[in-house]
Each structure stands twice: as C-alpha cells, then as structure tokens.
Design a protein around this ligand. Structure first.
Ligand code: G1P
Ligand code: ZN
Length: 544
C-alpha cells in the first residue's frame, strides 16, 4: 500500500455538536468531507501516532465505507494498531468499554445515535479520548479549528480490510485486530450485576419482558446477554436484527417511537417489564406494567437502590444530572449525603467528574443513564440495573416507583419538542427569552412566582473550563422549573426543546396524569416564549 498525501480545502460547519459531527449521509459522502474531519483528529490528537485506536459504529448505512476510509488514514498517519468491532460494529458504550479495558489512546465512534439511518438518513462521527468518553470541548474545538485550515490529508491505497472475520490483519504498517464487539462488554456487565438473581427472575415463569432493540446496534448485545447468558426465553429481544436503516424506523426509545413495545405493556395481558435502546445503544427506556419511568426518575431510583446491586454495593460517591433533567436525583443525593452536580446537556460534561471519582451515577432526561463503569451513557446497563432491582426487591416497576415517590416526593416531568423549526425563528425565540430574563425574578407567571431566571453557564469543578449559554432556566418558588434549549444534534432546521418540571410532595396526587398535572406550567411556557407566534406551531411534535 502506497502512502498518499491528498490536497483538500476546508468545509464549513464541521464543528462537533452535543455529540460529535452529525450530518446527512449525502454530506458525508462528498469527496474529502469525512477525510478532512478524520485528518483533523489525527492532526490534533498526536498520541494516536504510534498508539492504538478503537474504531466501530452503530452499523448504520455508510458505517462500513467510513471505517475503510478511517483505517487507511489511520495507517497513513502512523497509528500502530487499530481495534475494530467485527462487521464494523461497536455500540457506543461498548466502544467506551474497549477503549478503557485495552488502554488505547482513544477511539473513533461512528453513529448518529437515535437519528434515522439509510441513504437519506443521518451519519455521525466522534472522537473518544483515552478515558473512554466523548472528547471534551477543548478537544472538539481544536478538531474544529483544524478543519478550518486543513489543506492536506494522508491516506493509503489498497484493498479494503475484511471486517467480518475475527483475527489480525494489516493495513500498510498498521496492525488491525477485528474483535468480537460483544464479549468485553458482556463481561463487564457480569462483573456489575447479579446475573444469578436475574436468571432466577426469568426462570420463575412469573415474569414476562421484552427488550426492543429497534433494529439497531443493541440487537446482538441484548441477545447474547439476555437470551444466551441470562436465559431469558428466545424472542425476549424484539427487532433484534441490526439493519443499516433500522428497518426504516426512528431508533429512539421513547413513548413516541417505541409504540409497539409500549402497547405490549398495557392492557390485561401486559408484560411486567419493557425496555428499549437506541441506534447506538447508549439510551434506554424503562416501562413496567401500565407504567413509564421517566429517565429523570430512573436515575433517582437507581441511585436510591444502588446498594442492592453488587457493582455498587459499597455505595455511590455522588450523582450528576444534566441541567434540564429533573431534580429528583438531587433529593436522593441529599438523603444519601453525597454530592450532586448540575451539568450542561451532553455526556461529555460527566467525564471529568467520573474520572475524578466525584460521581458514580449520572443521567440525562433524554433517556440516558450511566455510571463510572464506562464513559458513555449505557442503555443495556440501565436495563440490567432495573432487572437486578426487580429481582432483589421482588416488586413490580410501578411499586418501586410509587415507593420512591412516597419517600422523596414526585418530580412531575415532561419534555416538549418542536422539530424542524425555522432556524432563524428559533434563534429569535431564544433571543426574546434572554431579553426577558432580568425582569422575571419576583414576577408571577400563572400560579407561581419566579425565583430565578438565567442562561445556564457551567464551570467544570475539575478543570475550571467554562461553558456558556447552555439553556434558559426559569425556576419558581415552589420548585417548578421551565427550561428552553435548542438541540445541538439535529440536522434539519432547529429543534426547540421545552423541559417542564413540578414538584408534588403529597402522595394523594402522585398518580395524576403528567400532561394534565403540568398543563398550567405548559401554558406558561408557551406564552412566555411566544411559541405559536414565533414558530407557527400550536402543539409540540414529540412529547416525552
Ligand atoms: C440530545 C439530548 C442530550 C444527549 C444528546 C446525545 O442532545 O438532549 O441530552 O446528550 O442528544 O444523545 P440535543 O439534541 O438536545 O442537543
Ligand atoms: Zn445514542
């Protein structure tokens, strides 16, 4: 294979968003587009020359092609060894697990997470650092800066690598090891959870569940762990076959996109437990019989019960949640006497806290939960955590949840998304809110008085780095909150997210319908932000 230096010119807009660079497949397929970004990684992450790199993705359309390009470029840039999941597959948490376990200098993870795939769908790429987590902003900004001045990239000519056979091969001078994408990860799960207890639960014949892999990357992981190792009945994993276009679906585990699974948890023949994960396996949704656990509540429940699970039996150090996530976890942290951190949206902000040993558990309202076992959120991990709790507590999901609310009070929570809104209109709306902020404290909005109103900024307690403009927060005297943010992962127009939370201490009101209970706050948010006038939207596109 001959090393080649190829002349190129910069592309606009290669700044990584909340979670890497995400664009339509067609954008990535432009000549030099992917190459420029990959070269910017090698130019800025100089440890990779002479080092080891993990490469894998969620298996979506263009995954294999991108991996071939990356392997050639890695070899031409002096990477000593690349570890690649068989078939180009690594779920995002498994990639993090492999980077950490094999102590590599980092990894390139190919995914657009829960965004639809296929030739017309989305693709994405991100760099994970040696600790296993998404690169922090200092790194993503350096990569972006490099994409703006790039003039050349390095690659090799040659035949494509066979990605489907476990074993060692070479690309130029670089060794390539094709690894089983599941085994390191499955072993880690066995070390954290009581597989025996979960097996007993399945074996009892009294417990029925489904895991919806949504035709995405967790299929092979869930079949191996749930069906092969834990002996759940065959067919427990539905939509298990990983497809390049996710079967045309939208692989986002929420009430709107996992409707078939949700239906199985309702009615006289309802399952005891339902769970789902997203395109790249880092998100999770937890359902019980006639019961949906909000991700914010899930984080709080896991924290309050962590001592029941072998991997966390000695207690947790602290908890972190993203700013828009409900404050349910804060109440648990307070009672446990551990620290609680409020970080900007995006998993990368948890990395420093996890590395420094300040937190054990962390989560986001966007169906993300995780711990210090890897540096990504982890869908199957959350499912196994819940299964372990169900096995130990011998209660239903709904009982565990009601108990939790009785003990800590209930943080009602919902998120309203307005998708593909005109970008200028969305910016205008946020600008309008920013102007209102200084006058809000002390004002009555609907039934409640505003206690604080700000544009969230965060100073990382470990490295002191500062992140500004992370979303508008409006907090009320009674603990309710409204948060407005624009999505950083979308690829079309803008997505306005409105996050709503209210606190209910009285168990007599804990079982109200969420949308109904939160109606007054929802109306306050709509009016304050002038959503209808500015976006033309009467109702949100997705409610979770
Ligand atoms: C969304 C979620 C965020 C999550 C990210 C990656 O980002 O809101 O919590 O970390 O996806 O999964 P957003 O589109 O809101 O920027
Ligand atoms: Zn994801």
């Amino acid at each position: 294979m001959q090393p080649q230096v190829v002349d190129t010119t910069p592309f606009e807009g290669q700044r990584p968003g909340t979670s890497g660079l995400r664009k339509k497949v067609g954008v990535f397929r432009q000549p030099h587009y992917l190459e420029n970004f990959v070269q910017a990684i090698f130019d800025t992450q100089t440890d990779l020359a002479g080092g080891e790199l993990v490469v894998g993705g969620d298996g979506r359309y263009y995954n294999r092609e991108a991996i071939q390009t990356i392997l050639r470029m890695a070899a031409a840039n002096g990477v000593r060894r690349a570890l690649v999941g068989r078939g180009g597959i690594l779920s995002t948490p498994a990639a993090s697990c492999v980077i950490r376990k094999r102590r590599t200098q980092g990894g390139i993870v190919l995914s657009a997470s829960h965004n639809p795939g296929g030739p017309e769908g989305d693709f994405g790429i991100k760099f994970n650092i040696a600790a296993g987590g998404p690169a922090p902003e200092s790194v993503t900004e350096a990569i972006f800066a490099r994409t703006q001045s790039i003039r050349q990239y390095r690659t090799l000519e040659g035949t494509p690598t066979n990605l489907d056979e476990i074993g060692r091969t070479r690309v130029g001078d670089m060794e390539v090891e094709i690894i089983d994408p599941v085994s390191d990860y499955a072993q880690l799960m066995e070390s954290l959870f009581d597989f025996n207890a979960i097996h007993q639960l399945f074996n009892s014949g009294l417990f029925r569940m489904r895991f919806d892999a949504m035709h995405a990357v967790t299929g092979p992981y869930a079949v191996e762990i749930l069906e092969s190792r834990l002996k759940a009945p065959p067919g427990t994993v539905m939509n298990a076959e990983a497809l390049e276009d996710f079967g045309g679906g939208h692989p986002d585990p929420n009430l709107a996109h996992a409707k078939a699974l949700v239906a199985l948890t309702k009615g006289p023949d309802a399952l005891d437990f339902g769970a789902a994960s997203d395109g790249d396996g880092d998100r999770n949704m937890i359902l019980g019989k006639d019961c949906f656990v909000t991700p914010s509540d899930s984080l709080a429940v896991l924290a309050a019960n962590a001592h029941l699970v072998p991997g966390y039996a000695s207690g947790i150090r602290g908890i972190a949640r993203s700013m828009p996530t409900s404050q349910a976890a804060d109440r648990v942290a307070e009672q446990l006497g551990v620290e609680c951190f409020e970080t900007p949206t995006g998993w990368k902000f948890f990395g420093n806290l996890l590395d420094a040993g300040r937190i054990t558990l962390c989560g986001e309202e966007s169906f993300g939960t995780g711990s210090d076992h890897v540096r990504e959120k982890d869908g199957l991990w959350a499912v196994l955590f819940w299964l372990n709790l169900l096995a130990v507590r011998q209660q239903s999901v709904a009982e565990i949840l009601s108990d939790h609310w009785r003990r800590f009070g209930r943080n009602f929570y919902t998120r309203h998304d307005y998708e593909a809104v005109d970008a200028a209109a969305a910016e205008g709306l946020m600008h309008h809110l920013r102007i209102l902020l200084p006058d809000l404290p002390g004002r009555r909005l609907g039934e409640q008085i505003v206690r604080y109103a700000d544009d969230f900024a965060y100073t990382d307690p470990i490295d002191g780095s500062r992140s500004e403009r992370q979303g508008i927060r409006i907090g009320f005297e009674n603990g309710a909150r409204i948060v407005f943010r624009l999505s950083g992962t979308g690829t079309e127009g803008a997505t306005l997210r409105v996050y709503l939370e209210s606190f209910e201490p009285d168990p007599a009101h804990h079982h109200r319908d969420t949308q109904e209970a939160m109606r007054p706050l929802i109306l306050v948010a709509r009016e304050l932000a002038q959503i209808e006038a500015r976006t033309g939207r009467l109702e949100p596109d997705v409610i979770t």
